[in-house]
Design a protein around this ligand. Structure first.
Ligand SMILES: NC(=O)c1ccc[n+]([C@@H]2O[C@H](COP(=O)([O-])OP(=O)(O)OC[C@H]3O[C@@H](n4cnc5c(N)ncnc54)[C@H](O)[C@@H]3O)[C@@H](O)[C@H]2O)c1
Length: 262
C-alpha cells in the first residue's frame, strides 16, 4: 500500500537510473503511484521500455532512455531528452549498480575499479547531472546505497566499499547543496528480491558455497521472514523525493526488515 497520497509527486518529473528492472522498476512504480512522471534511464533501453509499458500502459507519464551512469555525456543527453518530453526535472534517483562476488584476496585492480566506478562514481556523476539539470531551482536526490555499506558482508569487499562511499557522499552533497535547495538522502536496502540478488546466489553457487535456489531462499531478513519487495524500497524513495521529507537530510535509511540495527 502506498505511504503517500496519489498527488504527493504530481507535476514532478523524476529520473531513475537502472530503472529497467529490480529496485529501479519498483521505484518507478512507487513514483507513478504518487502521481509523478518518470524517466527510466538504463544501459538496457529495450528492457527499460518494456518496464515503462508494463507500469504505464498508455505511456503518458514515462519515457525510457538509454544512459550509462559512468558517462557524464550520456547522462546530460538523458536529461535533455527528459526535459524535451516533460518540460522540467525535479528529482533524481541514483539506483543503477552492479555486484561481483568473490574473496577479497582475489579482487583484481580492474575488478575493484569497475565496481567503484559504477556504484560510487555513477552516483557522483548522476548527482552532478541532476545538479546541472536543477539549474538553481532546487530538487531532491535519493541515492540507493545498501546495508552492505554499513555491515561489510563477506565475499563482496569492493561492493561494500562502494556503498560506504555512497553513504558518505550523501552526507557531503546534502551539506554542500543545501544552499542550492537540493535535498540529498540515501536508502540502504537489505535483501530485495531482484535479478541482482538471484545473480549473487548464482555466483556463490559457482564458488562452491551451496545451491543457488537454497542460497537465495536463505537470504531473508530473520525478523521479516521474507525478502523485501522492490516497490517497498520504491515507496520510501518516493517519500524522500516528496516535500514531506524536507526535514530529513543527508540520511541513509535502512530498508531491510530489521536486519541492520545501525
Ligand atoms: N537487490 C538487493 O538485495 C539490493 C540490496 C541493497 C542495495 N541494492 C542496490 O540497489 C540498486 C538496484 O539493485 P537491483 O537489485 O535492482 O539490481 P539489478 O541488477 O536487478 O538491476 C540493476 C539495473 O541497473 C542497470 N545498470 C547497470 N549498470 C548500469 C550503468 N552503468 N548505467 C545505467 N544502468 C545500469 C542494469 O541494466 C539493471 O537494469 C543497486 O545499486 C544495488 O546495489 C540492491
Amino acid at each position: 500500500m502506498s505511504i503517500l497520497s496519489e498527488t504527493a509527486l504530481a507535476g514532478r518529473t523524476i529520473a531513475v537510473t537502472g530503472a529497467a528492472r529490480g529496485i529501479g522498476a519498483g521505484i518507478t512504480q512507487a513514483i507513478l503511484e504518487a502521481g509523478g512522471h518518470v524517466a527510466l534511464l538504463d544501459l538496457d533501453a529495450n528492457a527499460a521500455a518494456e518496464t515503462a509499458k508494463r507500469l504505464d500502459p498508455d505511456g503518458g507519464r514515462t519515457v525510457a532512455i538509454t544512459a550509462d551512469v559512468t558517462d557524464p555525456a550520456s547522462l546530460d543527453a538523458a536529461v535533455a531528452a527528459t526535459i524535451e518530453r516533460f518540460g522540467a526535472l525535479h528529482g533524481w534517483v541514483n539506483n543503477a549498480g552492479i555486484v561481483r562476488m568473490g574473496p577479497a584476496a582475489a579482487i583484481t585492480p580492474e575488478g575493484w575499479d569497475f565496481e567503484l566506478r559504477v556504484n560510487a562514481g555513477g552516483v557522483m556523476l548522476g548527482a552532478q547531472a541532476a545538479w546541472r539539470a536543477f539549474a538553481g531551482r532546487g530538487g531532491a536526490i535519493v541515492n540507493i546505497a545498501s546495508n552492505a555499506g554499513k555491515v561489510g558482508f563477506g565475499n563482496m569487499a569492493a561492493y561494500n566499499a562502494s556503498k560506504a562511499a555512497v553513504i558518505n557522499l550523501t552526507r557531503s552533497l546534502a551539506g554542500e547543496w543545501a544552499a542550492d535547495g537540493i535535498n540529498v538522502n540515501a536508502v540502504c536496502p537489505g535483501s530485495v528480491a531482484t535479478p541482482m540478488l538471484r545473480e549473487v546466489a548464482a555466483e556463490l553457487e559457482r564458488d562452491g558455497l551451496g545451491d543457488a535456489a537454497t542460497l537465495f531462499a536463505g537470504m531473508v531478513p530473520a525478523q521479516l521472514k521474507r525478502h523485501v519487495e522492490p516497490v517497498e524500497v520504491g515507496r520510501v524513495v518516493a517519500f524522500l523525493l516528496s516535500d514531506a521529507a524536507v526535514i530529513i537530510r543527508g540520511q541513509s535509511i535502512n530498508i531491510d526488515g530489521g536486519e541492520t540495527p545501525y
